[in-house]
Design a protein around this ligand. Structure first.
Ligand code: NMX
Ligand code: MLT
Length: 434
C-alpha cells in the first residue's frame, strides 16, 4: 500500500543535492592526485573484439563480478530480491536503500507523473499492427520527448552544475510512465486495447502487473513482476543498452532520447531480446518432440542449433564466468511456485545439459546461463505467452539503471563520450614500427 508524502520529508532530490558537492570534490581530488595512473591497456584483439575487458568507463551504480554477478552499490543482487523496484532505483542513485519516508516520497513522485499523455496512445494505435512491441515501446518513449524538463531548462540557459536536477525530474517522470506505456503496448498489440489506469495505492510493479491484466488470484504474478523489475534493473556501465544510453546522454540529449537509444540496443538478440529467443527455443524443443524432451532429445536439438551456426540463447556472457545469480533467483521462484510446470522443467533440463554441450563445443568463454535463460518460462506459466513482448518487461526495469547512471553522470559532469578510433593501416604501421 503506497502512503502519501508530507511536504517536509527528505526526498531523493534533496538528499542527492546534499551528496553532490562531496562527490565532485572527491573526483576532483582523485584526478588531481592520481589522474595519470594507468588502469587498463588495449590490445589489437580487444580493439577488434568489442573492447572486451577494457576499463575505460566509470559506473558507480553497480558492478558485475565475473564470479559473483551483479552487485548493486556493494550489495549482491540475491540479497535484494525482497525489495521493491523503486527501492532499487533509490539505491542505484543514492548508494543506500531508502527509509520508509524516503520510499513514500519517491512513490508520491511516481504517482504525480504516472499519467501517460493521450497522444502516446494515439501514436501506438496508429502503428502497423505487426510492429514489434519493442518498436512500439521505444516510439512511445521518444514521442514523449516534448515533456522533457531538461530540454526546456537547457534552452533557458541553466548552468552545467544544475543539469542533474531536471535530469532527475525527467527520469522520475519517465519511469513513472513506463508501466502505463508498457501496459498500453501489450493491450493494443495483443488484446482489445482497453487500458488499465494507474492506481496510486499500488507500487510501481503492482501497477504494471495490473496493467498487463494477467490472472493473479493470489498475488504470485505481482510478486514475479517485483522480482523481475529488481533483477533486470542495472548491470554496470558497459552493456550495450547502458553504454548506448550513456553515449547519447553525454551529448546532453535528454532522458527520452537517451533511454530510447539504449533500449534500441536492448532489442538486439545478443542482448535483451535473448529472453524472447530463449522461450522460443524452449517451446521449439517441446513442439519438435511433442512435449517436454528427454535429455537425449534436448542434446540433439542443441547440437543441431550450434551446428547450423546459431547461438544457444540465454547462455554465455561477456563478463560473467559463472551461473548468473539473476538466473538463480528466477529458478528459485520457479521451484517454489511451479515445480511441475513442463516449460519450467525444460528450462531446468537445459541448465543440466547445455553448459556441458557448450564446453564440448569449445567456443563460448562462459557456458553458464544468463538472466534470460529462465525468465520466459515463469511469465508463460502466468499466461503472458506472447514472448515477443518479453524484452519490453526487461526495458521497463533497465530504464532504472540507465536513468540512475545518467543522473550521476550529469551530477559529476562526465565529459562527452569520444574515444579515438584507428584503422587497419594505423595498426599495420604501428606493428611495423614496433
Ligand atoms: N551459444 C553458442 N555460441 C556461443 C554462445 C552461445 N550461447 N556464447 C558465446 N558463443 C560463441 C560466440 O558466438 C563466439 O563465437 P565466434 O568466435 O564464432 O564469434 C565465441 O563463442 C566466443 O564468444 P564469447 O567470448 O564467449 O562471448 P561474447 O562475450 O563475445 O558474447 C554473448 C557474449 C552474451 C553475446 C554470447 O555469449 C551470446 O551470444 N550468448 C547467447 C545470446 C544471449 O544469451 N544473450 C543475452 C546476454 C544477456 N543479456 O540479457 O544481455
Ligand atoms: C545485461 O543485463 O545487461 C546483460 O547481462 C548483458 C551485459 O551485462 O553485457
Amino acid at each position: 500500500m503506497v502512503e502519501t508524502k508530507k511536504d517536509d520529508e527528505m526526498t531523493l532530490q534533496s538528499k542527492l543535492a546534499e551528496q553532490i558537492p562531496g562527490l565532485r570534490e572527491s573526483i576532483k581530488a582523485l584526478i588531481a592526485e592520481h589522474g595519470d595512473k594507468v588502469i587498463s591497456e588495449v590490445t589489437i584483439k580487444q580493439a577488434y573484439g568489442g573492447m572486451r575487458g577494457v576499463k575505460g568507463l566509470i559506473c558507480d551504480t553497480s558492478l558485475v563480478d565475473p564470479e559473483q554477478g551483479l552487485i548493486i552499490r556493494g550489495i549482491p543482487v540475491l540479497e535484494l530480491t525482497d525489495k521493491l523496484p523503486e527501492e532499487i532505483f533509490y539505491l542505484l542513485v543514492m548508494g543506500e536503500l531508502p527509509d520508509k519516508a524516503e520510499l513514500k516520497a519517491l512513490q508520491a513522485d511516481f504517482n504525480k507523473y504516472a499519467k501517460l499523455p493521450d497522444y502516446v496512445i494515439d501514436v501506438l494505435e496508429a502503428m502497423p499492427k505487426d510492429s514489434h512491441p519493442m518498436v512500439m515501446f521505444d516510439t512511445g518513449i521518444l514521442v514523449m520527448e516534448r515533456e522533457s524538463i531538461f530540454r526546456r531548462k537547457y534552452t533557458e540557459g541553466i548552468p552545467k552544475t544544475e543539469y542533474w536536477g531536471p535530469i532527475l525530474e525527467d527520469s522520475i517522470s519517465l519511469l513513472a510512465k513506463l508501466p502505463g506505456l508498457a501496459g498500453a503496448v501489450y493491450q493494443i498489440r495483443y488484446k482489445d486495447g482497453n487500458l488499465v489506469d494507474w492506481d496510486p495505492k499500488l507500487d510501481w510493479a503492482a501497477n504494471y502487473a495490473k496493467m498487463l491484466g494477467c490472472d493473479d488470484p493470489n498475488g504470485e504474478f505481482t510478486e514475479l513482476m517485483r522480482l523481475y523489475l529488481v533483477l533486470h534493473s542495472d548491470h554496470e556501465g558497459g552493456n550495450v543498452s547502458a553504454f548506448s544510453c550513456h553515449t547519447v546522454a553525454s551529448a546532453l540529449s535528454d532522458p527520452y532520447y537517451a533511454v530510447s537509444a539504449g533500449l534500441n540496443g536492448l532489442a538486439g538478440p545478443l542482448h535483451g531480446l535473448a529472453n524472447q529467443e530463449c522461450l522460443k527455443f524452449v517451446l521449439g524443443i517441446s513442439e519438435k518432440f511433442g512435449g517436454a524432451p528427454t535429455k537425449k532429445q534436448l542434446t540433439e536439438f542443441a547440437w543441431d542449433n550450434l551446428n547450423s551456426g546459431q547461438v544457444i540463447p540465454g547462455y554465455g556472457h561477456a563478463v560473467l564466468r559463472q551461473t548468473d545469480p539473476r538466473f538463480t533467483a528466477f529458478n528459485d521462484f520457479g521451484k517454489k511456485y511451479m515445480p511441475d510446470d513442463p516449460v519450467f522443467a525444460t528450462v531446468n533440463l537445459m541448465f543440466e545439459t547445455v553448459p556441458g554441450i557448450l564446453k564440448e563445443h569449445g567456443k563460448a568463454a562462459n557456458p553458464w546461463p544468463n538472466v534470460d535463460a529462465g525468465s520466459g518460462a515463469l511469465l508463460y506459466h502466468y499466461g503472458l505467452t506472447e514472448f515477443e513482448y518479453y524484452t519490453v518487461l526487461f526495458s521497463v526495469s533497465r530504464a532504472m539503471g540507465m536513468c540512475s547512471q545518467f543522473i550521476i553522470n550529469r551530477a559529476i559532469g562526465t565529459a562527452i563520450t569520444r574515444p579515438k578510433s584507428i584503422g587497419m593501416s594505423w595498426i599495420k604501421d604501428f606493428i611495423a614500427k614496433a
